[in-house]
Ligand binder design. Sequence first.
Ligand SMILES: *Cc1c(COP(=O)(O)O)cnc(C)c1O
Length: 371
Amino acid sequence: MGITLKYIEGNDFIMEVRVEKNPNPKKPLTGEELSKVSFGTVFTDHMLLIDYTKGKGWHDARIVPYGPLALDPATCCLHYGQLIFEGLKAYKAPDGRVVMFRPDQNMSRMNESCERMCIAKIDEKATLEAVAKLVRTDADWVPDAPGTSLYVRPFIIGSEVFLGVHPSRSFIFAAILSPVGAYFKDGLKPVKIYVEDKYVRAVRGGTGFAKCAGNYAASLKSQEEAEAAGYSQVLWLDGVERRYIEEVGGMNIFFVIDGTVVTPELNGSILPGVTRKSVMELVRSWDMPMSERKISIQELADAHKAGKASEAFCTGTAAVISPIGELKWKDLVMTFNEGRIGPVAARLYDEITGIQTCAKPDKFGWVYEVK
Ligand SMILES: *Cc1c(COP(=O)(O)O)cnc(C)c1O
């Protein structure tokens, strides 16, 4: 196999993707079966692989039967963590079409992560087309029961075999698919979160804005302690002053303060969520005040005390909108909207999930048709 990026009409590259069908396909899970499996534990029949070698570029794109990757034990990503990923979803529209939500955003964010982690950049359009082809190949796996979707996980690993610290000269791009059930099985349920004051996840100048595996490894200890204490996630403060609110586990955070929707501004240590961006664009389109700025935990506590903090919610691909019922900071327990989902969070949830599933008009051109 040679270089598979081919120049076609206009300025677009398209990648030739070889398909090797799985000789033993499984039966896709029904909505009923999906409600019983945990997130990310069931995978479809195929995966996408693309190789990169220095001098040759990305090549040999192929859709092959899902299965283990054979890696030499000295493969560099296993030792130094040169590894990034993305997460997005494909949905079944009422008319049977299969669509993805703003996948171009994930591809460009992937390149931002590549840049930070010294990983070879991808051709965003061509790679997206290859991912779409994988989803088309396993289109039978896109569930249609309410709240269900097909989770798409593209990732890139440094694949050179050596035990020295320098950027890998070869990479593997892979994408796998996992059908997922409704995130909240009994409707949107507000979560309990505490403010982390012992550990930090990221600092400015670090890798917080990149979707790299190491950020998650650094957060596991805190997550484990939070769960043991009866909380579902932690809220990270900035790693230097421990004053400013950053984000939650794998989700961004928003508040409604005095009628204004507020979210922490991007500063290099916050992951720029696609859901976060979509929420801001929707709020602005509704002519509701929207403010992207620094917000200290003390300011939030003061606003809460004054009765001005009416809602708090998280945003991310997995849950879309996750209302926060209770937020604990040291000895202070803040509850929002009496522990129920607030009107802004509810409206955002309905609008975004409506657009994602094609039940509502796509005014912004966010929906990408796969099939
Ligand atoms: C992926 C991720 C998010 C959410 O991003 P979306 O694009 O909205 O899914 C937020 N924070 C972190 C740390 C993440 O890894």
